[in-house]
Design a protein around this ligand. Structure first.
Ligand SMILES: Cc1cc2nc3c(=O)[nH]c(=O)nc-3n(C[C@H](O)[C@H](O)[C@H](O)COP(=O)(O)OP(=O)(O)OC[C@H]3O[C@@H](n4cnc5c(N)ncnc54)[C@H](O)[C@@H]3O)c2cc1C
Length: 425
């Protein structure tokens, strides 16, 4: 067995939520083991947009230099076009937050968190290691059984198990925490294309009737395209043929036609995403907490999934530190209650807005389309437009959880790493 048999915190899943939480806990000197079933940080299509409040938070946590060294793409605005008419434009540069949303590939972001933790003595990472089951005694979670890369069964005891294993969380199921899964009306097919020189750094939503695409400039020189399709409509789409799919996209956005012809050559270049939301009444048990998509699955609409996952990690870090310091045994459900309450409020707000947006996009009768266009056009003309969108897009900074203590920890850690590197010559 290669993983430790005991740790303070066992995190299942090294996605954005688990990777950031592992790093923040290790910075505080807390023993943490992150287990990830994949052997690399590579992901299929995943959320790559960090909203401005997340960028601010990550900079305050000391990740700014690593983000700058890697590079990213700043998105300056969002435009909505419906049935060939521009109906809404929001310039992100006008928001008081003073920072733009950025696009950075998810593997790079996870790599940045991981890199920051590697030298920390209380941090351990087990790749290719999968969660199998929970160790539960008298109703309290005391650890987990894992399957190591060579198939060995390993038991790890922990004072807290964190389920950060995503939208199909096995930890959630093992803990008996029921999720209310609600499918959205449509699913998504995504793909990437090279970004032509001079393309605006704007997110665009282009809708025609019930069909729409999102065109998102992304790092380093790509466009990310998301195309909606009716629920379980993939079979029909495939039956109609690849050419017809490509032509449909080109009809929605003729600028893409030459790129599609040259660079989108088969279904293998696309990635399917089933869209649903999952909500849970309970995110915790004695000895266990769920975060990120495991506790509350967002849809990709408005690109909030990564952001809420990161916020979970940031808010939970001081809560775990306080709970571990308060007593000796497993972390109790009551010690996590404040975390759940804060995060649930935020996630509900995000879901409500995503559902409203999805409902507007799913309208398909001619009368509904006209009403939709008028509604967005009126929204565009509203004198309080920027105040309203600031509330929706940058809402996270209203529940900014970063305490100065955390920022100081980040600075101190960064200082120690520099001193250690200098000592090593
Ligand atoms: C195809 C797709 C497209 C998306 N597009 C967007 C977007 O455009 N914008 C946006 O904001 N959000 C998007 N999302 C959502 C976003 O990616 C997620 O909300 C975000 O990644 C959640 O982070 P997380 O850490 O909670 O979970 P995840 O990123 O899902 O990470 C969970 C991790 O747990 C690991 N794991 C799972 N099971 C086990 C196990 N048994 N043992 C060990 N490890 C395990 C997985 O390998 C994974 O690394 C998309 C999601 C998908 C699937």
């Amino acid at each position: 067995m290669t993983v430790a048999t005991e740790t303070d915190v066992l995190i299942v899943g090294g996605g954005p939520a688990g990777a950031l939480l592992g790093t923040l806990l290790a910075r505080r000197g807390i023993d943490v083991l992150v287990v990830e079933r994949q052997t690399s940080f590579d992901r299929e299509f995943r959320g790559e947009t960090l909203a401005a409040p997340s960028v601010v938070a990550l900079r305050r946590l000391g990740f700014g230099p690593a983000l700058d060294a890697h590079g990213f793409l700043e998105t300056e605005a969002v435009t909505m076009r419906m049935e060939g008419r521009d109906v809404l434009h929001v310039d992100y540069r006008r928001f008081p937050i003073g920072t733009l949303p950025i696009d950075i590939p998810q593997p790079s972001l996870i790599g940045i968190f991981h890199e920051a933790a590697l030298d920390l003595p209380s941090f351990a990472y087990a790749s290719g290691t999968a969660f199998s089951e929970l160790i539960i005694e008298d109703g309290t979670v005391l650890g987990a059984v894992l399957k190591e890369p060579d198939g060995t069964r390993a038991e790890v005891r922990a004072r807290l198990v964190v389920g950060a294993d995503g939208r199909f969380s096995k930890v959630r199921r093992a803990a008996g925490l029921e999720a209310d899964v609600k499918p959205m009306a449509r699913d998504f097919l995504s793909f990437k294309l090279p970004r032509p020189a001079g393309w605006k750094q704007e997110a665009e939503l282009i809708a025609d009737g019930e069909r729409h695409i999102m065109v998102l400039p992304t790092f380093p020189d790509l466009l990310r395209i998301g195309h909606n399709l009716p629920k379980r409509g993939l079979t029909d789409l495939r039956r109609a043929g690849f050419e017809s799919f490509r032509d449909g996209i080109a009809a929605l956005d003729p600028r893409l036609a030459p790129l599609l012809r040259e660079h989108l050559t088969s279904w293998d270049d696309t990635s399917f995403l089933e869209i649903f939301t999952a909500e849970l009444d309970r995110w915790t048990r004695d000895g266990l907490v769920l975060i990120g998509d495991a506790s509350h699955t967002c849809t990709p609409i408005l690109g909030q999934g990564v952001n809420v996952a990161l916020q979970d990690a940031v808010v939970l870090t001081p809560v775990i530190a306080a709970a571990l310091a308060e007593s000796q045994g497993p972390v109790r459900e009551r010690q996590l209650a404040g975390f759940v309450e804060t995060r649930r409020t935020h996630k509900r707000f995000v879901t409500k807005f995503q559902r409203m947006q999805e409902a507007a996009l799913a309208m398909d009768s001619p009368a509904e389309r006209v009403r939709r266009r008028i509604r967005y056009w009126l929204l565009d003309k509203l004198p309080v437009k920027y105040r309203l969108f600031d509330r929706v897009i940058n809402a996270q900074h209203e529940i900014d959880p970063l305490d100065l203590d955390l920022a100081r920890t980040a600075e101190a850690t960064a200082g120690r790493r520099v001193a250690a590197a200098q000592a090593r010559g």
